[in-house]
Design a binder for this molecule. Sequence first.
Ligand code: FEO
Ligand code: CA
Ligand code: CA
Length: 681
Amino acid sequence: MSDGRIDLPLLPPHHPLGRAAVTCEYRCGNACSHEAPNTSDNEYFGDVVRSMVSRRGMLKAGAVLGIAGAGVAATGGVAAAHRGPGGHRPPRGLDFAPVAPNTEDRIVAPAGYRTDVVIRWGDPVLPGAPAFDFDNQTPESAAAQFGFNNDFCGLVPLRRDQWLMVSNHEYSSEPFMFKGYSASAPTEEQVRIAWANHGMSVVVVERDRRSGALKAKVDRHYNRRITATSEFEVSGPVAGHDLLKTTADPSGRKVLGTLNNCAGGVTPWGTILSGEENFNQYFANGNKVTDPVVKARLARYGLVGGASGRKWENFDDRFDLSKEPNEANRFGWIVEIDPYEPDAKPVKHTALGRFKHEGANVHVARDGRVVAYMGDDERFDYIYKFVSKERVRPGNSRWARAHNKKLLTEGTLYVAKFTGDSPAAEIDGSGKLPADGQFDGVGHWIPLASGRKSFVEGMSAEEVYTFTRLAADKVGATKMDRPEDVEANPRDGRVYAALTNNTDRGKPGKEGPTEINPRNGNRHGHVLEWEEHRGDNTATTFRWRLLLVCGDPAASDTYFGGYDKSQVSPISCPDNLAFDKHGNLWISTDGNALGSNDGIFATATTGRERGHLKQFLTVPNGAEACGPVIEEDFVLVSVQHPGEIDGASADNPASHWPDGGATQPRPSVAVVWKPGRAIGS
Ligand code: FEO
Ligand code: CA
Ligand code: CA
């Protein structure tokens, strides 16, 4: 149907969420089937904050936000797909007919748009890399080719019609990489291939001026692969600390590899940040550790299992916690890579804390300090920000870049505490709006550590950075419904966070609804918005509200910024966020629980069209839509894990995207564009 609405669900659910069980196993080590590791009893919404946060001087939502279209007569039918209630024109950059939910094994984009593959798993990245041969993979060829399961995608300009594209290769899912794979007894060759398929790729991409298509190039100078065995330098306050020392690295400053790189961000100085997310799943035998202090730390990070899913411990002792208890402390950081300097060693930044980092997005505050916003993607975990000590230096000189690349080494790390402004009795877990018409309130940032100073009783600064979850528990941070991307709108500095879902909320023994996480059994997630005090992103107080409460617009528990819900696209499990140059918010989804394939959506954040969410594309069967890059005249989408549905495998593929026929599915970056026109025009 052309108005983007269909009857739901299309498919019987195969998982409590929309996510396939096989994806849960390989992507996050079955995080959802384990007890959420936050068992702290810190309070969630307290009068403590109410008394600390002055309402005077806080930005009033109504003063800065446009009033949405509620109450304005809606127009129906096809025309309404382009126009908001009242028939006014769509905002700049959002003039497209929404894509209806579907389960097609291809990328479905709006009428008039073209799609193409930029690079796929196994395509050559480094000079001399062989062409991909599914049946003859080797660790050496994989280390020179595009890795598996690309998630975040970042783009920085190089020359006219050329960019450097950096992709995260979040995880390997071996049953889809090898025919006849035995999970109980992987071969060393398979494990080494998996190591080479993790990490990141830097690839030059070039636009064909005539067709508008974008293609990856094998570039001798810039192209680069980072894998699970590449050397990283540790920076910041924990570098060289005993907590990071291992047999192989007595310096505590050199780590091999980066793992489970999920989302990320492009910094204003042209480097890429990447979050090490579900790193716990790679480490075995935490259950053999007996020291109670170490055990508690491992438990808070989900590191208490026996054999790991991929059995890497069979081939490298560093993945065995009973032999190398500190190795896991060397993962869970934000890493920074400079795509313009292929010889520069990638860095792990300890000042940004250690947790299941979804990603990090940097915003330059008015005074020139930089603020990195971050989410810890686990049920009942937290939202953080880091404020640098030093200020950004303008320009692209070597001197300025060298300075800016040190900005994330020293500053203050905060965790967020949110409080609602409606009576607790009005937040009943159903998603029903409170009497004041909004899920909203105030909040403040609780400092955890600054440089080498700790603000958390009983923990040194190094311990705060390394066991950040435990520090945040102690100060009473707000337990959230899986914080994914957190990003400031470059147009106005307002900050947005995707809360993917949390089906545990309200279960016996778990935290119930709060105004900021208002639904019990939250299957579809929500999108949060806040503005820092007086628009200063370094401020320690803010006002927040939910922009979207996701799900089927026809359901009573959903909310779209007050917009007429009959006009919006259904959305489930918001994950990655991006902004176009007009300041519109773009959202990709992970694990659609409404029966459609995942996709990318967009809405204005201000004006009459605020909350008018429209679906821009859907990705193929079993895939997740990741890392959207919204350029003026093309969109990049990372198509992660196509075909990864339960019961499928390389022996029985459920998708044949992108090559069609009887081919194996291949995770890829795809481009979507409208020949001769800007996106959304
Ligand atoms: Fe890898 Fe939080 O998604
Ligand atoms: Ca309220
Ligand atoms: Ca994600």
